[in-house]
Design a protein around this ligand. Structure first.
Ligand code: T3D
Length: 235
C-alpha cells in the first residue's frame, strides 16, 4: 500500500496469475483497507493490479484449499468468509474508492471492481464473467451489481456465456466510468483521486451514503433522506 496527498493505493500483486486471489491476499487487502480508513489524512482508496491483469478472481489452483480449509464446508461459505467481508468493508468505509482496471478482470475480480465507487479502465483491459465456464454461478457481488448496472438481459448473457467484454463495451453498458489508453491510466487515476481528496470534508462520505441508500429506497423516502443529508451539510 502507498499513501500520498490523501490518496492510498492498494496494488494486487500476484502478476504471474493475473493477481488471482488466495486467502492470504484477501486478508492483506482487508488489512490495507483498514489501515487506509485509520489514516487520518486519507480520503480516497485506489485499487489496481500489478502486471498485465487487474484480478483473475479466485486462484483456481488454491480453490480446493480455500473452499475446504477456511470454511465449514457449507456451500457458499468461501464467499461468506473470504469475499463478502472485503466487499462490505470497501462499501462501508467513509473513503471514496476507485478501481483502476489496468487489465483483465474475471470472476470475483470483477466483483472487487464493481464494489468500488468509480471504475477507470485501460483500453486494453476487459471483463470476463468466468464463473459459468467452471460450473459456478456469479457472485462476490456480481448478482447484485450486474443487472442494476447493465440491465437484466445483458447481465444474464454475460454471466452465462462468459464472453470477454472489452473496455469500450464496458463503458457503453455503464460498467465503467471511463476508458483511457493503458499508458495514461495511472495519470488519469491520480487526477481523479486528487480531485476527490480535495473536496470539502464530509462531502465524499455523505454523497456515497446518499447514492447507495437511495438505491434501496422509494422516491419519496430517497428525497427525504437527501434532505437529511443536506441538513447535515448546512448545520
Ligand atoms: O467457492 C468458490 O470458490 C466461490 C468463489 C468464486 C470466486 C471466483 O472468482 S470463481 C472464478 C475464478 N476465475 C476464473 O475462472 C478465471 C480463470 N482465468 C481465465 O479465464 C483467463 O486466465 C482470463 C480470461 C482471466 C485471462 O486470459 P488470458 O488469455 O489473458 O491469460 P491466461 O494465459 O489465461 O492466464 C495467464 C496466466 O495466469 C496463466 O498461467 P501460465 O500459463 O502463464 O503459467 C493462467 O493459468 C494464470 N491464471 C489466470 N487466471 C487464473 C490463473 N491461475 C490461477 N487462477 C486463476 N483464476
Amino acid at each position: 500500500m502507498q499513501s500520498a496527498d490523501g490518496v492510498c493505493t492498494i496494488t494486487l500483486n500476484r502478476p504471474h496469475v493475473l493477481n488471482a486471489f488466495i486467502a492470504e491476499m484477501l486478508h492483506e487487502i482487508r488489512r490495507a483497507v483498514r489501515d487506509a480508513e485509520d489514516a487520518r489524512d486519507t480520503r480516497v482508496m485506489v485499487i489496481t493490479g500489478a502486471g498485465r491483469g487487474f484480478c483473475a478472481g479466485q486462484d483456481l489452483n488454491a480453490r480446493r484449499w480455500i473452499v475446504t480449509e477456511t470454511t465449514r464446508n457449507r456451500g457458499g461459505d468461501s464467499l461468506r468468509q473470504n469475499y463478502h467481508p472485503l466487499l462490505r468493508q470497501i462499501r462501508g468505509s467513509g473513503l471514496a474508492s476507485i478501481a483502476a482496471v489496468n487489465g483483465v478482470a474475471a470472476g470475483a475480480g470483477i466483483g472487487l471492481a464493481l464494489a468500488c465507487d468509480i471504475r477507470l479502465m485501460a483500453r486494453e483491459a476487459s471483463f470476463v464473467q468466468a464463473f459459468a465456464r467452471i460450473g459456478l454461478v456469479p457472485d462476490a457481488g456480481n448478482f447484485w451489481h450486474l443487472p442494476r448496472m447493465v440491465g437484466r438481459g445483458r447481465a444474464i448473457k454475460t454471466a452465462m456465456l462468459g464472453e470477454r467484454v472489452d473496455a469500450d463495451e464496458a463503458a457503453r453498458s455503464g460498467l465503467v466510468t471511463s476508458v483511457v489508453p493503458g499508458e495514461w491510466l495511472a495519470e488519469e487515476t491520480a487526477r481523479v483521486a486528487k480531485r476527490l481528496a480535495r473536496l470539502p470534508d464530509g462531502v465524499v462520505d455523505l454523497t456515497r451514503r446518499g447514492v447507495y441508500t437511495a438505491m434501496t429506497l422509494g422516491r419519496a423516502e430517497a428525497q427525504e433522506y437527501g434532505a437529511l443529508l443536506m441538513g447535515a451539510r448546512l448545520q
